[in-house]
Design a binder for this molecule. Structure first.
Ligand code: ADP
Ligand code: MG
Length: 396
């Protein structure tokens, strides 16, 4: 273990009164924007439940056979999530409150308990043995993808049933064990109840910055393209004295996983934004590219979608949210590109050489298209996803 990690763990043990009486910190396993997560041993664990093989034992809390709903056996290993003290009390309460509501939901990592010491709050969750997404996304078979999405959509359906939007579905927040073919959803730090966009008031979008970025980045890159082609570029079409009110909406989430309605700052976002993010994970697995989208900001992210879906479909989608799309970016074509073409290109296969997507891959693409439907009202719901032939076709 690195010295700095050991030091950090030591500091945490010193600052959090009595924590060492209950938990023995083992390692630091996550460090994010809002928290640090440690693996720890629960010293009050019931020693009699010990004769399992390691992985089964570690994940026994999550096993459907363990009857966790009736006998809440304490797990030996826990994940201690130290929420940064800079997070607002409201935000911390929100995460714990939602986790409490979801305590009996399948494939959602349950909250065991939480403690506070001065301004420091920690959430204690059962430790879930999993593998890093980066280790397996390149070689996951379609059959394994079916199991992955069965687990993921089981969790998402349970969350959505309670009218909760997770808002940050991505590989690091879905802990998956390929050997067990099981995963659990974690990190409700950005989650919210549908219809309560209380983040929106904290989430101001700087209009000046938007204009500046537009004019410097996209216009500049466009100018470059025209210069190379020996042509004069048209002037920027973004209105200089735009008197329209800027829109405010919750944009919380992770770059590359945001649904089009989030990018368009639709104020009535629904649970369907999570289904889009699941679709992006499937796209990552099928394309073997992680991350698939590389946008620096929301405008770039939107342009990436325009490039794939084409101007016509993106214009139709914008109208659904009361927005108008105007673009003269040369790389955005009228009808975009087919998923098959994109996936073959990403995986270095060429249709001309007789290579195409396999039957199984085509089935996965059909499912992915349902998740990556631009119109949230027509996008497949998590409940429908669980009944889709792609998921029903899984083994075991
Ligand atoms: P953050 O808000 O900082 O992203 P997360 O809840 O996503 O916090 O946790 C960060 C990381 O810690 C996860 O990506 C995962 O690697 C690890 N982690 C979180 N909870 C658990 C758990 N129950 N079991 C095992 N590892 C976990
Ligand atoms: Mg996270």
């Amino acid at each position: 273990m690195e010295d700095s990690v050991a030091e950090d763990m030591h500091r945490f043990e010193q600052s959090f009164k009595n924590i060492t009486q209950r938990y023995r910190l083992i390692n630091r396993i996550g460090e994010g924007t809002f928290s640090t997560v440690y693996k720890a041993e629960d010293l009050l664990y019931d020693q009699y439940e010990n004769d399992w093989n390691l992985e089964e034992k570690e994940n026994s809390w999550f096993s459907p056979q363990s009857k966790q709903r009736t006998c809440r056996r304490k797990p030996r290993f826990v994940a201690i999530k130290k929420i940064y003290v800079t997070s607002s009390p409201m935000r911390i309460f929100n995460e714990l409150d939602l986790l409490h509501d979801l305590r009996n939901s399948p494939n959602v990592c349950p909250l065991i308990t939480a403690f506070r010491c001065h301004d420091q709050v920690i959430a204690v969750l059962p430790y879930f043995q999993h593998r890093d997404f980066r280790d397996y996304f390149r070689d996951m078979t379609v059959s394994e993808m079916r199991s992955y999405f069965f687990s993921l959509f089981t969790a998402v359906q349970a969350v959505h049933e309670k009218k909760i939007i997770h808002r940050d579905i991505k590989p690091t927040n879905f802990l998956y064990s390929p050997t067990q073919r099981r995963g659990v959803l974690v990190d409700f730090g950005l989650a919210e109840r549908e219809g309560t966009d209380w983040h929106a008031c904290n989430c101001s979008y700087d209009e000046k910055e938007r204009r500046h970025r537009y004019q410097t980045s996209h216009y500049a890159s466009m100018k470059q393209q025209f210069r190379e082609a020996g042509q004069a570029p048209p002037p920027p079409t973004y209105p200089k004295e735009d008197t329209r009110h800027s829109r405010r909406a919750n944009r919380a989430g992770t770059r590359g996983f945001r649904a089009p309605e989030v990018l368009l700052k639709c104020t009535a976002q629904t649970v369907q934004i999570d289904v889009w993010s699941c679709g992006v994970i499937l796209l990552t697995l099928l394309s073997r590219r992680f991350p698939f989208f590389h946008s620096a900001d929301d405008i770039d992210a939107y342009i990436e979608l325009c490039t794939i879906f084409g101007r016509r479909r993106m214009m139709e989608a914008a109208i659904l949210h009361g927005q108008v799309l105007q673009t003269n970016i040369p790389t955005i074509s009228e009808s975009g590109h087919s998923w098959e073409k994109i996936l073959l290109w990403c995986t270095n296969r060429n249709k001309k050489d007789g290579a195409g997507l396999t039957e199984e891959e085509l089935e996965a693409v059909e499912f992915m298209k349902c998740c990556l439907e631009l119109d949230p009202l027509r996008r497949i719901t998590a409940e429908e996803a669980l009944r889709h032939p792609f998921i029903l076709g899984r083994e075991g």
